[in-house]
Write a protein that binds this ligand. Structure first.
Ligand code: NAP
Length: 505
């Protein structure tokens, strides 16, 4: 099973040991990044494996490979030699691994470390792309007892797909580590087993403690949120796809349910600029259930073999599953929205209520169609007025631009205000989607954003005396429908209190 390697990037060995103690239960091994240490600390690393009490990789990463070491190869080999010298027969006191780049030839050192059981990780790093990964990995396998490693940087979903497919087909059975750096590669770190990697690297997300490489996850997140230690190559994958997909709470909902129900499955994020290519990757990885989010909710529809009534009426689809021959889709945002808001208000429908919806994107489509289905009257205001008009025409609503000229109409449609734009979400939490509107206090205000818990828009509404509701309850409700659609069984409601704790960033 793939191991979690905690990357230690502190300036001193003492700082690293402190961090290790905090994260010990989430780590199977550690990587001592000597290039991050202060100069005088680099010469006293020999005892670190014994102090750490876990297998340690000795790594001195050069600047050109994304590290910090810039003192030349002679100095690097000299520090490596000091770290590996005086090997002991008790191997736990030696470095368990040493990371040597593809182009570093130090036969004497390599021979010596092998004698004492230190394993060589032969690595290459590509900070700009994914060129020739499988060929390079095969060429690097010149000595049978080495582990080969490729850390590369995909530029788009096409690169991620190409890499998964090539590595799974051409490097099967090879003892290796292959990972994609940067935000596009987050799933390669979670699905190390599906990539055939023997380790995944993780960095503690601590203030003033540098992350070792872009895209690394916190080890606690890997273990507790993604259940990394239970994932095998046979674990079924469910996915959320969007772009840029910076923060999403859905993995926590699904993975907590999988854990509670003892289902061998993992729900992982797939940032994807290209939906077509992602769907090919989904077939490659046998992903059978997918949550669709910004900006793909409308673009997914032409890919569906079958679509529900809610998809047809809203023109947006947020949930798809593979039926053996093609993709079929539903929209769970619609029910999630109406059940959350009506439940909060203690009402059965929107009859007699005049409602303003801010935004005309994928989420607004579900919101508007649900308001109309449940007899409410609706005004749609959007930055792009044409989009507001197009949506309004489908559902028989009023529409306008999201500017001060719409204020009079909005005041007449102010029983409920539903904010569906991403404005105010983390990290730009100070932003307000419609500052010119002054709340009177009688409005019921719902913001679909749940991160932060209270947006600037909701805070303003609450200060004016309005009842307010964020999007977390809607998210959970719609995810429960997705769960049933994907797995054919009910969501375990008893885990709700655990999930409903405020999501972190
Ligand atoms: P989308 O399809 O990309 O639509 C975004 C909408 O917001 C568009 O109408 C867009 O206007 C508008 N917008 C974007 N940036 C803006 C800005 N700077 N100023 C004014 N308007 C702006 O996204 P979506 O799928 O509808 O999702 C929107 C939000 O709802 C996201 O924050 C998402 O996380 C949240 N959401 C929550 C739930 C839940 O369960 N709680 C479910 C779905 C969505 P233009 O047309 O002018 O570009």
């Amino acid at each position: 099973m793939a191991k979690i390697c905690l990357c230690l990037t502190g300036k001193t060995l003492a700082q690293n040991l402190e961090v290790l103690d905090k994260y010990r239960k989430y780590a199977d091994m550690v990587e001592l990044r000597v290039d991050c240490l202060e100069a005088d600390e680099r010469f006293v690393i020999r005892r670190f494996p014994e102090q750490a009490g876990l297998p340690v990789i000795l790594t001195i990463r050069r600047r050109i490979d994304g590290g910090h070491f810039n003192s030349g190869e002679g100095a690097r080999v000299s520090i490596l030699s000091r770290g590996l010298a005086f090997a002991e027969t008790d191997r736990r006191r030696n470095f368990a691994y040493v990371d040597l780049e593809e182009d570093l030839e130090v036969p004497g050192l390599e021979e010596a470390v092998r004698t004492f059981g230190t394993r060589i990780i032969r690595s290459f790093h590509d900070l700009k792309g994914i060129t020739n990964v499988t060929q390079r990995l095969k060429a690097m396998c010149r000595v049978g007892d080495e582990i080969v490693k490729a850390a590369v940087t995909p530029q788009n979903m096409e690169d991620v797909f190409t890499l998964y497919r090539a590595v799974r087909r051409e490097c099967y059975g090879m003892e290796k580590i292959v990972l994609c750096m940067g935000p596009l590669g987050v799933n390669t770190r979670i699905l190390a087993e599906h990539m055939g990697s023997c380790f995944t690297y993780a960095s503690p997300l601590e203030e003033n403690y540098p992350i070792a490489a872009p895209g690394q996850l916190d080890p606690k997140d890997l273990v507790e949120n993604y259940r990394f230690r239970e994932i095998t190559a046979a674990t079924r994958i469910y996915a959320v796809v969007g772009y840029p997909l910076k923060t999403t709470f859905s993995p926590r909902i699904f993975n907590t349910a999988f854990s509670h129900e003892k289902i061998d499955a993992v729900y992982a994020p797939f940032p994807a600029d290209n939906l077509n290519t992602f769907l090919s990757l989904a077939r490659e990885l046998n992903i059978t259930g997918i949550s669709i989010t910004i900006p793909h909710k409308e673009k997914i529809i032409p890919h569906l073999r079958k679509a529900s009534g809610a998809v047809a009426s809203s023109g947006a689809c947020n949930t798809i599953r593979w039926d053996g021959q093609g993709w079929e889709g539903i929209n769970t945002d619609a029910r999630g929205f109406s059940e959350s808001l009506l439940g909060f208000m203690g009402k059965k429908n929107f009859r007699g209520l005049k409602i303003t919806v801010l935004g005309a994107g994928g989420a607004a489509r579900a919101v508007v169609s649900e308001i109309r289905r449940l007899k409410g009257k609706c005004l749609i205001l959007n930055r792009n007025a044409v989009r507001a008009r197009d949506l309004a025409l489908v559902h028989g609503c009023k529409w306008g631009e999201l500017d001060s000229q719409s204020l009079d109409t909005m005041e007449r449609y102010s029983d409920i205000i539903v904010q569906t734009t991403p404005v105010g979400t983390f990290p730009h939490v100070d932003r307000d989607p419609f500052e010119p509107y002054h709340f009177k206090g009688h409005e019921m205000v719902m913001d679909l954003i749940y991160n932060p818990e209270r947006t600037a828009f909701l805070a303003r509404a609450q200060e004016a005396g309005c009842e307010v509701l964020n999007g977390l309850d809607m998210l959970i409700r719609q995810a429960k429908y997705q769960y049933r659609y994907f797995l054919g069984r009910d969501f375990p409601d008893e885990i709700m209190p655990r999930i409903s704790e405020t999501p972190g960033n």
